[in-house]
Ligand binder design. Structure first.
Ligand code: URA
Length: 193
């Protein structure tokens, strides 16, 4: 799919009232993405859930509240970062994304990354990590490690929703987010860590 937009607003227009895959028929609201269009840090999640589908905003509700806390541990607030999901529409019942859905929606995520041009892409959970690193390896093995992908640093962490009721995962997420300032400093110096 050739996308021509050279701004986020233009890309949103290009997405339009999307029905490129069947999720267009079941969603309530398309969740494009949100945040600082010039962010140094971009977060990539999986797909909108129920609250996101109703509001059109990524990460609202319990996972969003936890995400805000995690950002705080990294010295950030939501307005500092840009947040987008792989899928822009909610899979019914929050089921896992299907391959055709991921393939159809990924060009829009890649265009968002290109337009925001962040130094650091934090992938939240398995789906985003596997997509960005083009691997079948799981998040438990990959979390906390930085990989350069086409000149951009990708930093996988657990998905906040997976750590709401898992104390150990939450502690790990907190310490992974607390490393973000030091990672950004090292990137400024041209060292990918
Ligand atoms: N989970 C995600 O991956 N993205 C959201 O926007 C909300 C929950």
């Amino acid at each position: 799919m050739a996308l021509s937009a050279d701004t986020l607003a233009g890309l949103r227009d290009e997405l339009g009232d999307c029905h490129r895959c069947p999720l267009g028929d079941t969603r309530t609201t398309l969740v494009f993405g949100h945040g600082n269009p010039h962010a140094r840090v971009m977060l990539v999640g999986e797909a909108p859930g129920r609250n996101e589908d109703l509001t059109g905003q990524p990460f609202v509700g319990a996972a969003g509240k936890l995400l805000d806390e995690l950002l705080g541990h990294g010295g950030l607030v939501r307005e500092d970062v840009y947040i987008a999901n792989i899928l822009k529409c909610r899979p019914p019942g929050n089921r896992d994304p299907k391959r055709v859905e991921v393939e159809t929606c990924t060009p829009f995520l890649m265009a968002q990354i290109h337009l925001v041009d962040p130094e650091l892409v934090v992938t939240l959970g398995n789906f985003a990590t596997r997509l960005m690193l083009d691997t079948r390896e799981g998040i438990t093995a990959l979390r906390g490690q930085i990989t350069l992908v086409q000149g951009r640093s990708v930093y996988p962490v657990f998905h906040p929703a997976a750590s709401i009721y898992d104390r150990a995962k939450r502690e790990t997420l907190i310490s992974d987010f607390a490393r973000v300032p030091e990672i950004l400093d090292s990137l400024k110096g041209g060292d990918a860590g």
